[in-house]
Each structure stands twice: as structure tokens, then as C-alpha cells.
Design a protein around this ligand. Sequence first.
Ligand SMILES: Cc1ncc(COP(=O)(O)O)c(C=O)c1O
Length: 304
Amino acid sequence: MNEVKSIWHNGRLVPWAEAQVHVLTHGLHYGSGAFEGIRAYESPGGTRVLGLDLHVDRLVASCRALRFDLPWSAVEVRQGIFDVIKDNELGGCYIRPLVYVGYGKLGIDPRDNPIEMAIAAYPWGAYHGNGLTEGVDVGISSWRRMAPDTHQAMVKATGNYVNSMMAILEARRHGYAEGLMLDHDGYVCEGSGENLFVIKDGDLITPPVGASILAGITRGFVLELAQDLGLGVREGRLAREMLVFADEVFMTGTAAEITPVRSVDRQPVGAGEPGPLTRRLQEEFFGILSGEKDDRHGWMTPVD
Ligand SMILES: Cc1ncc(COP(=O)(O)O)c(C=O)c1O
């Protein structure tokens, strides 16, 4: 962990080491929390946050879905994010807002407990390291994404990530960078922390929102870029063999950015290296993030 000076905790900046909770905090016991992962990038004009409003809106929506009464408005959350970046004099960084059910009663019913919030930010490099340029090896997981009547897959709830944790532990045990989970009907769904795309004959295909995926914000950006580049874009369920038939496969996420997949279950995808359209999408994506290319879709918000 790249420790910095301060963390925003329940409305004020506190020293990093003092942003703590009691061991009987409800969220620790029952996974009763919601969070976001956001990145800011340096550009010649200063630090800019990628997809700020989309992330804040998703956090607010996650809280609503979990029936948390969030005591801070979207405007205050936005300001908290800016404050923590500025107080720590951060350029490019990862930002982690977390809402959780706090200390009070220990019963499962959370209604008598406070809703608390923290926002941390710290420098962080590429999630999949040189996989960004070389591509990563992934495997199909034996763990499935949650069925719609179990957990709420579109909610970025802390409790949902036990599912992700099991998938990545299994993947790493088998020497893979990531595990791709199937949905409850057996279609390929997403990674433990990434959405999944397949490219076939110049068309991009990705599982639809509502099919047990997190509606990734990076996924949305890539769909916009694909349209800019004149690629066909389809949302559709992915049968497992589509990964073998695919010309290219890649994963998207705030952490993973656009990570090419070079093999699935030790079978090479296409030529077994990042494909030309994946590289083209990366070029556009990182060009906009770094300020080299025009922010034509209005993704970037300057820190102020
Ligand atoms: C399960 C899961 N799917 C997809 C994503 C990608 O979402 P986003 O692009 O909003 O970061 C993430 C990461 O947040 C995730 O945890």
C-alpha cells in the first residue's frame, strides 16, 4: 500500500493511520458496504479524474439498492474526492470511496447503525503490470457470478467481492492473471474485477448489462471508442467457445484499464498476442487519459 498523508473519513481529512473502525463494525461482519474504484491521470493541464460523475452516481445508486441512507450528497462526495487528492498532492492516482454500515448493534438488521464513509487516494500503477502491453493468460473459473436472485451484481457491494476473491485465488493458484466466471446459465460473464470483450470479424461483443455483470464504466468508454472507430458493437451473451473462435479478447476495468487477453485455459487467443484492434482501442483510450488526444466524450474532470 502506498501510504500518503490523509484520508477523508466521515466528512473530514484525518491522518492516514487514524482512519480506523471498531472490530464490531457491521460492515466487517456482513459485507454491508458499497465502494468505487476511480483513477485520476496526469495531463499537461493538471490532474484529471476519469469518469468522476459516473462513479459518484454508481456509488449513490449502489447505496440506494442496499437501502443505505447516505448522509453525504453526490456534490459532497465529489468534493471529498478532490480534497483528498489535493491534500495529498497527488497526480495520477487510484481513488477508493467506501460506504459501510458502522458500529452500533451487531445483529444483521443494519437500521440502527450509522452509515459511514471513507475516501482514500494513493499512487498506483498498472493492475496487470506488463500484461497491459504483452497480454495476460486467463482461465475459466469454477466459481460462477451470482444469480440475479442471490446478490445484486450491478451493485458494487463489498459483500459481492467474496465471489471475486475466490475466483482470483483460484486463477492465481493455476498460474493465471485472472479467472473468467460464467453466469448462472453457463455463459461467460466477466473477470473478478473486469468486464470482458470479444472481437470477431471486426465486431466487438460483450455481455449485456443485467446478465450478472457489474455495469463497468470502462466498458461504457470502450463501447464509445469502438463506435468512434467504426467497429460493430454488440451486447450479447458469450458462449464459452466464442473465446476460442475470437480474433481478440480483452478485459476492461478502472484498475485493469484495457488489458489484452493472450490465452484462455492455455489456448492462445488469435495469434496469442494483443490484437490490432485491442491496441487501437488502447491507443485512443490512453491518448485521451494523458491529454494527448482531445477529451471528445467529456470523460475527464479537472481536480479543483
Ligand atoms: C466485478 C467487476 N466487473 C467489472 C469491473 C469494471 O468496472 P469499472 O470499469 O467501472 O471499473 C469491476 C471493477 O470495478 C469489477 O469489480
